[in-house]
Design a protein around this ligand. Structure first.
Ligand SMILES: Nc1ncnc2c1ncn2[C@@H]1O[C@H](COP(=O)(O)OP(=O)(O)OP(=O)(O)O)[C@@H](O)[C@H]1O
Ligand SMILES: [Mg+2]
Length: 323
């Protein structure tokens, strides 16, 4: 299995009037060829900012202050955000499907135009060829009457259908990587499952890799090969999906597991939310960010920084003191 994307020590901060928001703190993760990974954590823990940093879509007052984003033999952070190289990467080699499709699809352009624009720009297709390919893509993502729907606007589609259009646009230029940022939260569970299934099939068809960004561990359980758990700007645990579910080590991961329904367990198990809220990421203390909510907290957790990720075997890493 070879590494496709190798992110090292990525650090992204927002310099606000209230102080420095440490949104992404020394985050490292890898994505292999044809692999699906899940990036999981509660709201505000830095999931989106980390992925936007990979794409260099961070704007002021945000700044990537450290790290490497290694992709196809280059560190993407060596390029300016608006450089030709980054423009070619974005959409062409690495595509991102955003949290809210209504804000990332242009409401004033037809779906067909938005699809053909990508194909003409990145793949130098003629208008006719692009239109033909656009129809094919819409068919592949399960939009019926694809030909006539090309002339519809985003608001003519339901939420689930808009997500399908986003998947078609995302995959239109045969990217190596698709990043799907919580594509499903506003949708019902059946639609959610269908979209994840579709993304899985599509990336497999295109030999691409997929990053699923979500706050729900249950969502990634069926699809991800490996999982990264993120809390307060840090990766706190990572491992294969089997390891994370069978042998969770970090108290935060254990907490996340307790609040998802499991199909493979006896009915009637209580779902227990993690008490408290994630910390404000402004002017963070250097002690473990999860300590105030942690049921396994030691004295030192409140005074010392959390330890770096420790290799516990089987490709499993955890950033918590050995107990
Ligand atoms: N433009 C900005 N200015 C200041 N702070 C920001 C900005 N964008 C993000 N942040 C902060 O960065 C942190 C991480 O945000 P991020 O959007 O990555 O969270 P997330 O894990 O994607 O959450 P969600 O699950 O709600 O999407 C948050 O504390 C957020 O308030
Ligand atoms: Mg987000």
């Amino acid at each position: 299995m070879s590494v496709l994307l190798d992110v090292k020590n990525l650090t992204t901060q927002f310099n606000t009037e209230a102080g420095i928001v440490k949104a992404v703190n020394d985050v490292s993760f890898q994505l292999n060829e044809q692999e699906i990974i899940g990036l999981v954590g509660e709201s505000g823990c830095g999931k989106s900012v980390s992925q936007l940093s990979v794409m260099q879509l961070i704007s002021a007052p945000g700044k990537i202050t450290n790290g490497e984003v290694n992709f196809e033999g280059r560190n993407l952070l060596d390029y300016e955000s608006n450089s030709d190289e980054m423009r070619a990467i974005r959409g062409g080699k690495i595509a991102m499907i955003f949290q809210e499709p209504m804000t990332s699809l242009n409401p004033t352009l037809t779906i067909g135009r938005q699809l053909t624009e990508m194909l003409e720009l990145h793949l130098n297709m003629t208008k006719e060829a692009a239109r033909e390919r656009a129809v094919e893509l819409l068919k592949q993502v399960g939009i019926s009457g694809a030909e006539s729907r090309l002339d519809d606007y985003p608001h003519n589609f339901s939420g689930g259908m808009r997500q399908r259009v986003m998947i078609a646009i995302g995959l239109s230029c045969n990217p190596r990587i698709l990043i799907a940022d919580e594509p499903t939260t506003a949708l019902d569970v059946t639609t959610q499952a269908q979209l994840l299934e579709l993304m899985k099939d599509m990336v497999s068809k295109y030999n691409a890799s997929l990053v699923i960004v979500t706050h729900n561990l249950g969502v990634v359980a069926r699809y991800a090969h490996r999982i990264y758990i993120m809390y307060a700007g840090n990766i706190v645990e990572s491992g294969t999906t089997e390891e994370i579910f069978a042998n969770p080590q970090h108290p935060y991961t254990k907490g996340l597991l307790k609040c998802i329904p499991r199909l493979d367990e006896e009915k009637g198990r209580k779902l227990v939310p993690i008490e408290g809220l994630p910390p404000n990421l402004i002017n963070m203390k250097s002690s473990c960010a999860f300590a105030p909510r942690c049921s396994e907290r030691l004295e030192r957790c409140l005074t010392e920084a959390a330890p770096p990720l420790r290799d516990i075997g089987n490709g499993h890493y955890v950033g918590c003191f050995e107990k």
